[in-house]
Design a protein around this ligand. Structure first.
Ligand SMILES: [Zn+2]
Length: 398
């Protein structure tokens, strides 16, 4: 079964073989384009006038199509919400890492079914906004049982699961005791359900030596490393991530020149999470500085109930453009191909022959509208692994 998606006014491919000069050069635009999808993969891309025949046809009506968003950072397995804490913060209370403990208590008290239905609702919400690949972390269990079941639940929704036992030190234990648990019995229980290991390296959470211990223990068991760092202030976390050759280090809000140099030299992706700065009234990270230095930048939602309860990658793109010095093309690349890099994936985030057919149809003529029309639900159709999951209709060919 093949489908021809034709009448595409602007196709964003992110294909390195199609990139060029100018502000949109990086995203490899093809105008008046068509895509042929066969099974779960892209089988052909080019000018609509040259498109081959297919079993079914979809007419995009001159609208824009881009790769599905790759959201490389989220915390979807939890119970309860923290709207009251958000309201208090907007009334002047500062954000502190310890608020995580509120969600931990609610998560431990929830059933597996409650946790799964909450996470599935958010994954569906993401899909409706064009996110076709999402990473999901544990980190609201903080016991052997609750971390393992959080990851097992996440695994039913995505292959990109991250063990974040080292989210915060729970009450009733010392940091030393807790790191021993996270690198011992908790890791034993988590490892079969996880692809990644992560830690929250920040004042009030884990220091750099503890973060290194957690990451190395996970990596020894075959997990790949990623890290939360430099969110609330400057610190050594970003340099640790670069030194260990992690795929990504996330937040990067407070950076010194040595951090930027280390990111550029190591190739570790800097994942920026502007929903957090929006929701905590913190200063935004300086994406322009990173891009000008040659650092690879990704955008992700950090969807979580405490510091960023948005599931919307279009919202993150709009914030990145308005507040962080990115061009629309840079932000769209960071939210698609950049997210794929941050997950060490080459099958998503790029539209080219053989890649996964994850596509988003915008009810707009170009990708620029994602930032130009903030807050407007522009996602009109989504295909995931070649299957229409939102809005798309196929017409019989001919
Ligand atoms: Zn996070």
């Amino acid at each position: 079964m093949s489908t021809l998606l034709t009448g595409i006014g602007e196709l964003v491919t992110n294909d390195p073989e199609r990139t060029g000069d100018g502000p949109d050069g990086r995203i490899g635009v093809v105008e008046r384009a068509a895509v042929v999808v066969e099974g779960s993969r892209v089988a052909w891309i080019g000018p609509a006038a040259d498109a081959p025949a297919a079993d079914a046809v979809v007419d995009a009506g001159g609208r824009a199509v881009l790769p599905g968003f790759v959201d490389s950072h989220s915390h979807l397995v939890f119970a309860g919400d923290r709207a009251g804490e958000f309201a208090a913060r907007m009334a002047g209370t500062a954000y502190a890492a310890g608020g995580i403990r509120t969600t931990v208590a609610a998560t431990r008290a929830a059933t597996d079914e409650q946790l799964l239905s909450g996470a599935r609702r958010l994954v569906d919400e993401m899909l409706r906004q064009g996110t076709t690949t999402v990473e999901v972390k544990s980190g609201y269990g903080l016991t052997v049982r609750d971390e393992a079941r959080s990851l097992a639940i996440a695994r039913t929704l995505t292959e990109e699961t991250t063990y974040l036992g080292a989210h915060v030190v729970p009450e009733g234990t010392t940091p030393e005791q807790y790191v021993a648990l996270v690198t011992g019995p908790m890791l034993d229980a988590a490892v079969e359900h996880a692809r990644w290991v992560d830690a929250f390296c920040e004042r009030g959470a884990f220091d750099v030596d503890q973060a290194r211990t957690v990451l190395l223990a996970g990596m020894e068991r075959g997990l790949r490393g990623r890290l939360h760092a430099n969110q609330l202030g400057p610190g050594p976390g970003v340099r640790l991530a670069c030194e260990l050759g992690l795929a990504a280090v996330d937040h990067c809000t407070y950076l010194e020149d040595a951090d930027v140099d280390a990111l550029r030299d190591s190739g570790t992706v800097a994942t920026l999470l502007p929903g957090v700065e929006f929701s905590t009234r913190q200063p935004y990270p300086d994406a322009r500085r990173l891009l000008d230095a040659g650092v690879t930048v990704a955008l992700a939602s950090d969807c979580n109930p405490g510091s960023s309860f948005t599931s919307s990658m279009p919202f993150c793109v709009a914030l990145a453009v308005r507040e962080m010095g990115m061009t629309p093309a840079e932000a769209v690349w960071a939210a698609t191909a950049g997210g794929a890099r941050a997950l060490d994936r080459d099958d998503v985030g790029v539209l080219a022959v053989g890649r996964r057919a994850d596509l988003v149809l915008l009810d707009a003529p170009s990708h620029v509208h994602l930032a130009y029309r903030p807050g407007v639900p522009l996602v009109a159709g989504v295909w995931q692994r070649g299957r229409p999951v939102l809005g798309a209709t196929t017409l019989p060919a001919g």
